[in-house]
Design a protein around this ligand. Sequence first.
Ligand code: FO1
Length: 316
Amino acid sequence: MKIVVLAGGVGGARFLTGVRAYAAERPGDVTAVVNAGDNVTLHGLRICPDLDTVMYTLGGGADPQRGWGRAGETWTVKAELAAYDGDAGWFGLGDRDLATHLVRTRLLAAGRSLSEVTAELCRRWRPGVTLLPATDDPFETHVVTPDGTMHFQEWWVRYRGAAPVDRFEFAGAAAATPAPGVIEAIAGADLVLLGPSNPVVSIGPILAVPGIRAAIAATPARVVGLSPVIGGAPVLGMADRCLAAIGVPCTAAGVGAHFGARAAGGLLDGWLVDVADAGTRVAGLPVRAVPLWMHDTAHTVAMVAAAADLGGTAGR
Ligand code: FO1
């Protein structure tokens, strides 16, 4: 069974551990198409938060509490950077994590693509799924506020999403192309899953890469999404603030309608919502309510099984 997952950071990584476990019981493989919009250059280094979060989590090196960055991390370099420039210490640059950014920046400078660099880093971390950036081209999520435009990472980390958002911009989107293998994976999949990631700043930037949305609309695979909103609140992070910025209600129904039924020109053949949102209806879209809290891998595997069943590919 070939499964493709569109994923962002912490929630997407947690979900992918369940997809990997579910797929391990069946012949086939898993490809994660990971959000590139969080990618940022800081201190002269190219940092890819969502790719690294997925890679570390699946590779067993992530800090389980934070969800991002490395287990057993130390922050000496971060403190030293702040000692030189108090303004520079806002981003949590860990000492162990720093090595990843140094290797990535060196390989990119040597002319390797982000996909090639990601594959190289995964030789160490062995995530057990194919990790593809949504695009190898320059692509960053920026936040336009009344006081100016900033990188998403600054909005999210430095200001904790407090700055008012006029809109999110995907800088580079117009010229971006899907990374090698992305379109082929979607076209050849049995099941495409939109993971329970932030629909605006994690799934949104993936769909904003020209060609990816059309590939999902055209794939013979079943396409099923999992709601990142339970009981009107985001499972993780600040999806509520992001959804408000694009005028989408922070509800399972609102996000489901945002992605839309494929039969009606949207993306989904099915929409999984949590039992707290049982009774959710989205025009033209089959909805099923199952537990969506990813307490542990077994819970997450059950979510994947429910998605596969709703998508009509269970047992394949
Ligand atoms: N998230 C934070 O809330 N604070 C941080 O200081 C922080 C640093 C960081 C460093 C590397 C990395 O891969 C991720 C990091 N994140 C941090 C997480 C990241 O900003 C967000 O989780 C995602 O980008 C949101 O999709």
